[in-house]
Design a protein around this ligand. Sequence first.
Ligand SMILES: Cc1cc2nc3c(=O)[nH]c(=O)nc-3n(C[C@H](O)[C@H](O)[C@H](O)COP(=O)(O)OP(=O)(O)OC[C@H]3O[C@@H](n4cnc5c(N)ncnc54)[C@H](O)[C@@H]3O)c2cc1C
Length: 303
Amino acid sequence: MKSLLNLPFVSPNEPLSKHTTIKAGGPARIWAEPQNEAELAEFLQLNAQIGAPLFVLGAGSNIVPSDDGFEGAILHLGKGFDFARVENEILVVGGAAYLPKLTKFALENRLGHFEWACGVPGSVGGSVWGNAGARGWNGHDFESRDCAADFVGGVAFDRSGNRVELGKNDVQFAYRRSSLGELILVEARFQMEILTAEEAEARKKIVRGLLERRRATQPANAASAGCIWKNPPNCKGAGAIIEELGLKNKTLGGAKVSEIHGNFVINAGGASAGEIRELVAQIEAEVKARTGIELEREARFLE
Ligand SMILES: Cc1cc2nc3c(=O)[nH]c(=O)nc-3n(C[C@H](O)[C@H](O)[C@H](O)COP(=O)(O)OP(=O)(O)OC[C@H]3O[C@@H](n4cnc5c(N)ncnc54)[C@H](O)[C@@H]3O)c2cc1C
């Protein structure tokens, strides 16, 4: 049987610390970086025959890997999937396109709605999968906006390599989740708002404000996996709970709960994935013991 490693875009033993924003984690046994749909389909068909475990990694900004790495294939969409174009009021983007760049691209094309994404360091694929969202401009106010608000369709592949066209109603969204499941998103379409030149300039100013606010309230320059936990329903945010319990700054080896925001566990320098995971587990146990609240993870912990 043809081996995955015979494919020109596949390589062995790629360190996940190089591909995750928390900068930790051991090697992926197989690293596949297809550049186009034909290569992606070929890889998926072969992988399905072999039956190797498969994980799709976007920009790695919501992932906590393990020091053992991943005993299977990591699929990372290559540069060929990093594109953006405008079709009337629709922004058509590749699964590997980077959200902060899209905010800029949209406003340069006088398109609004993507302001919220300016500080979210994810790819389109990972962000639609997890319905990423943040504070943004909703037309009259700063309010949360997310991928679900403007998603009107896209293109995905199933794990056997079949191409699937997605309409708006083929994907359901809820807070930080979507129904994409095992599907691999390679293209998304978003309904945008056409702006005048003056409006686009005003939105750029809003974006600068959003980025400033983010820098003041989040450890934007530290290595992290973003928010580790979802905010519990009908309750204060996970970060506020952790802060009230005095757990900010708690450290374990090179891992530390951010002093700026309690929902961020940062790699303060040389942390192993094991230290990060252990610190996360300790926080969860302490929050449960002292408040009864069971924190649910937003970041994916890769086994
Ligand atoms: C400093 C910082 C700030 C952040 N701020 C925010 C914020 O304000 N709001 C917010 O929502 N998030 C935030 N995040 C978290 C993170 O950026 C988002 O969750 C982002 O959408 C993840 O995208 P990604 O490409 O990095 O996905 P990854 O972390 O690589 O993967 C996340 C999930 O998506 C899946 N996936 C990846 N690519 C695809 C694909 N092409 N098709 C199908 N599934 C795929 C993966 O299998 C995994 O399950 C922040 C993170 C950091 C480090």
